[in-house]
Design a binder for this molecule. Structure first.
Ligand SMILES: [Zn+2]
Length: 534
């Protein structure tokens, strides 16, 4: 019923442009009209996924997306459209991977290449050996036993059966569970131990010296899902041996056959290419100018990079398409705002929010981290370094909104412990209650590109989205394709994002800020001893 009335209103507006100009229509209703009746969000998502496909940072796929997204922003009339580079690492792509068991019986296997590992340079055949190499102490046990072998690096674990429905929307009860406030634990997380990263390189060197032909890890999910994730992407750190991920069912069978002495043998043909012509990754930025140049700006962002398998649809062509669509909606609805609105598509998110971190460092604030630390080490150490030194845009950026929890519709927003924004967001959600967006939770959420903005005191938020099949099936997997994106959810998401941006850009006062963080006091000084005391 509601939907019918909305459609009627929209049809009247569309057929009577003169009336629409003379009669003042509310900005929110213009945004809803653009975002629902004239939505482009699925066309944008389809191009990013079906046509461009996987967008591993510094791969040929993301290079295409750099150009295409900028062209789109320009086509819609945004200004200052450009890409901003940051040092990342090697360019890499996979063109072919065929993995088959040739003994004790022929069988095609499901596998993914591990990014930034070399190809096999033609098909290679080798017996499978189960050699769990969890640390350097394990090397001695396998010395002299790996020549010409394909090494299974991990002992298979027992199958964990799913206990939840694979496709979900938050019920009222589950939504209520998202509304809580985590007391900050000043003891912090454990200090980052970079040994995990250096171990991978040591293991690689050991396997190479022993003459192994390659190695395999087991997929972390059942159901023949594979991911293709790896963290050795920097120049001088990438692997020297072909590495693959084998589907869990296929991997366990190989391990069982190896254990019983059946000598399972694989043929692997992997064609991978490196491209070191440009080691920089690029964030894409585009602006809609405000009417008051002194009023600063607000921002929306999503990462447009993905892992190597699937088409990076739910993670995160969905968020990228909603951010781009919000830009199109605002531009097309002709709404003017006091503050400028900046749209960002981040690269390097999957390797540690590296694109948004680079933006924060260059524009918002600096922290005293080891300047030589890059990649994962930088990600792990950055939030714990004090003091924070505000940069040129620290006072100018009034709000940042992120979308990166799949294609599920917006059900609310995490306020990141910033209690003063809560009544403001409650009000902004009012027109969208009937579309399912109601909750303002004080809770902090992490793992998306709002984190480093939030960490330096900028009001920065990730929306609460319906989970759909994100966690159960598509997140980082080979089935993260356009099929799993929900058009109605994404139209709703882009519309609400556009409305939030307009509200934030037009509010009299910039959004209230939480105090600038300083090194926290441990929650319990008597029992929570610092790590060094252990
Ligand atoms: Zn991801």
């Amino acid at each position: 019923m509601r939907r019918t009335m909305l459609a009627v209103t929209a049809a009247l507006l569309a057929s009577a442009p003169i009336a629409a100009q003379t009669i003042q229509t509310a900005p929110t209703d213009r945004v809803i009209d653009q975002g629902t009746n004239h939505s482009e969000v699925m066309r944008i998502a389809q191009y990013l996924t079906d046509v461009i496909g996987a967008r591993l940072t510094n791969s040929p796929g993301i290079r295409k997306a750099e150009d295409w997204t900028q062209a789109k922003f320009r086509e819609w009339g945004l200004v200052g459209v450009h890409k901003e580079g940051f040092e990342f690492g090697r360019g890499w792509s996979n063109e072919k991977l065929a993995v088959r068991m040739v003994a004790p019986r022929p069988l095609q296997l499901i596998a993914a290449p591990l990014p930034w590992t070399p190809g096999t340079n033609g098909a290679v055949t080798g017996e499978v050996v189960l050699a769990p190499l969890a640390d350097e102490a394990a090397f001695a046990q396998y010395k002299g036993k790996l020549k010409g072998k394909l090494v299974l690096l991990t002992e298979p674990k027992e199958i964990e059966e799913a206990t939840e429905a694979p496709f979900r929307r938050w019920s009222v009860e589950e939504m209520a569970k998202r509304d809580f406030y985590d007391l900050p634990n000043g003891a912090g997380e454990r200090p980052f131990n970079p040994a995990r990263l250096t171990f991978a390189a040591k293991r690689d060197a050991f396997l190479k010296a022993e003459g192994a032909i390659g190695y395999a890890i087991m997929s972390s999910r059942n159901g023949k899902l594979v991911h293709g994730q790896n963290s050795q992407f920097q120049v001088g750190q990438s692997g020297t041996l072909p590495g693959i991920e084998i589907a869990a069912e296929d991997y366990r069978r190989l391990a069982r056959l190896a254990k019983m002495g059946a000598k399972p043998t694989l043929e692997i043909d992997a064609v991978n290419r490196f491209d070191d012509s440009d080691t920089k990754a690029y964030n894409i930025l585009a602006d809609i100018p405000g009417t008051d140049p002194k009023a600063g700006y607000v921002m929306a962002g999503a990462h447009y990079d993905s892992w190597a398998m699937g088409d990076g649809a739910a993670d995160n062509a969905a968020g990228s398409a909603m951010v781009m669509e919000a830009a199109r909606i605002i531009k097309a609805s002709g709404i003017k705002t006091r503050r400028a609105i900046r749209f960002a598509l981040w690269a390097g998110e999957e390797q540690g929010l590296l694109g948004s971190m680079a933006y924060v460092e260059n524009h918002i604030a600096r922290r005293p981290v080891d300047s030589s630390a890059t990649g994962t080490v930088r990600y792990m150490t950055w939030s714990r370094a004090f003091p924070i030194t505000p940069g040129p845009d620290h006072g100018k950026l009034a709000a940042y909104f992120n979308l990166d929890n799949g294609s599920g519709k917006i059900r609310g927003i995490y306020a990141q412990g910033n209690t003063a924004v809560m009544p403001i967001f409650e009000q902004w959600f009012t027109p969208f209650h009937s579309m399912g967006a109601t909750m303002v939770s004080a809770r902090r959420t992490g793992s998306t590109d709002h984190v480093f903005f939030d960490a330096v005191g900028v009001p920065a938020f990730q929306f609460i989205q319906d989970p759909l099949d994100y966690g159960s099936m598509v997140h980082h997997t080979d089935v993260d394709t356009f099929d799993h994106l929900k058009a109605d959810d994404m139209r709703q998401g882009a519309t609400i994002l556009a409305a939030f941006l307009i509200n934030a850009a037009n509010s009299d006062q910039p959004l209230p800020r939480a105090p600038l963080a300083t090194a926290p006091t441990p929650a319990d000084q008597f029992y929570n001893f610092p790590e060094s005391a252990h």
